[in-house]
Design a protein around this ligand. Structure first.
Ligand code: ADP
Ligand code: MG
Length: 372
């Protein structure tokens, strides 16, 4: 791939105008670049921080071509875009991330197969093509199982936990006419993730290991400290994966840790990730900064400096209702509100980051209390 040279004032096109697109755009603009955004929602968060807006579905070739006309380089904020549409655009435009990685990772089965082939550890899983395969999965893997749709799931959507035989009927129904992944449901001790960026030259830089707590399968909080006992093990897994899957830009690998302390790769997001948001305030480069540097073909910092241990809490619709009146009293809460029009239950509306210094215990319980 040729390395384009970018000049200040050049335009970065972003497919998708949600919060990730917005924070990418803010980072790009701070560095002196213009931004064009494509999104089907005319009132999407990134629209109001972009120089150009293309109102079109993500897979609309004409819309993507309009975005390309504005843009010197194109990136995306999420992986559920049509890889074929991206391929068309990548032929004639500079799309440094390519389309192959999206193609592999937007399908949970090809994602797991690629991770397993890399030599990294995944939980036992099985391809499900119909109700009969569900019985095979129960026999081979045992209960409890989680069934996951292959395409389009996020925040726990498209998942069914099968804990006992009585739930099999529901599982058969889910498996009827769709391809699924069945995987062993791990007794989780903890969940962690690691965010990294890789540039076009192949330089890789890692953010600190992030400890994640989920509520109803949606990320609730991320905690980062200066040292984490799984850092080496997690990076070793990522190194295996990046030999097999080609990344440019920021990506995040999510892990499970079971009760025996064993580490499994859960899934990979080939884009900035919710568990990396703390980096905006807590690190010398945010995950959005390093994403922009990467797709531009610029050098990356040799390492990311964590200024302070930190915790990030998501603000879902119901949390914002509960918390909003407290913001004026808490200047130490770094509040981000994405600017989505409709405030809905379980919709990610914003987040808060707290820099904790040495005091990693104080805020955490207070906030937990509030969120009950
Ligand atoms: P997504 O984030 O795309 O919705 P995930 O596969 O990451 O899907 O699942 C969301 C959350 O559900 C995980 O972070 C974890 O808390 C829980 N979960 C998913 N799969 C398993 C599993 N096999 N064992 C235990 N918990 C799981
Ligand atoms: Mg996940």
């Amino acid at each position: 791939m040729t390395l384009n040279k970018f000049a200040l004032g050049d335009t970065i096109g972003i497919i998708g105008g949600g919060q990730l697109g917005k924070m990418m755009a803010q980072s790009a603009q701070r560095m002196g670049f213009k931004v064009a955004v494509l999104d089907p929602d005319e009132r999407c968060p990134a629209r109001f921080v972009a120089h150009h807006f293309v109102h079109a579905p993500y897979n609309d070739i004409a819309g993507l071509k309009t975005l390309s006309r504005y843009s010197d380089v194109i990136t995306y904020e999420f992986e559920n875009i049509n890889a074929e549409a991206l391929e068309v655009i990548a032929k004639e435009n500079h799309v440094p991330q390519g389309f192959e990685t999206v193609n592999i990772l937007q399908n949970r089965l090809s994602e797991k197969e690629a991770i397993a082939r890399s030599g990294a550890t995944v939980v036992p899983y099985k391809r499900i093509e119909g109700p009969a395969d569900v019985d095979d999965a129960v026999r081979e893997i045992g209960l409890p199982l989680v069934l996951k749709t292959v395409f389009g799931g996020y925040d726990g959507k498209g998942q069914l936990v099968v804990a006992e035989k009585a739930q099999l009927e529901e599982a058969y129904n889910m498996a009827d006419g769709t391809i699924l992944v069945a995987e062993k449901r791990i007794a989780l001790d903890r969940e962690i993730s690691i965010t990294a960026s890789r540039n076009l030259q192949g330089e890789v830089v890692y953010f600190p290991v992030q400890e994640n707590v989920h509520r109803n399968q949606i990320l609730f909080s991320t905690m980062v400290k200066h040292a984490h006992e799984y850092t080496e093990a997690a990076i070793a897994e990522v190194e295996k994966i990046i030999h097999k899957i080609h990344f440019v830009g920021t990506f995040t690998v999510e892990f499970f840790i079971d009760k025996e302390g064993k580490l499994y790769v859960n899934e990979i997001a080939p884009r900035p990730h919710n568990s990396g948001h703390y980096s905006i305030e807590a690190c010398d480069y945010s995950q959005f900064d390093t994403h922009i540097l990467s797709v531009l073909g610029y050098r990356l910092p040799k390492q990311i400096k964590l200024h302070s241990s930190a915790v990030m809490y998501n603000l879902l619709g119901q949390d914002l209702d509960l918390m909003e009146h407290l913001f004026p009293e808490h200047p130490e809460w770094h509040v981000h509100v994405y600017g989505k029009e409709a405030r809905k239950e379980n919709r990610k509306m914003g987040h808060i980051t707290l820099l904790l210094g040495d005091d990693t215990d104080t805020y955490y319980p207070i906030y937990k209390e509030l969120m009950k």
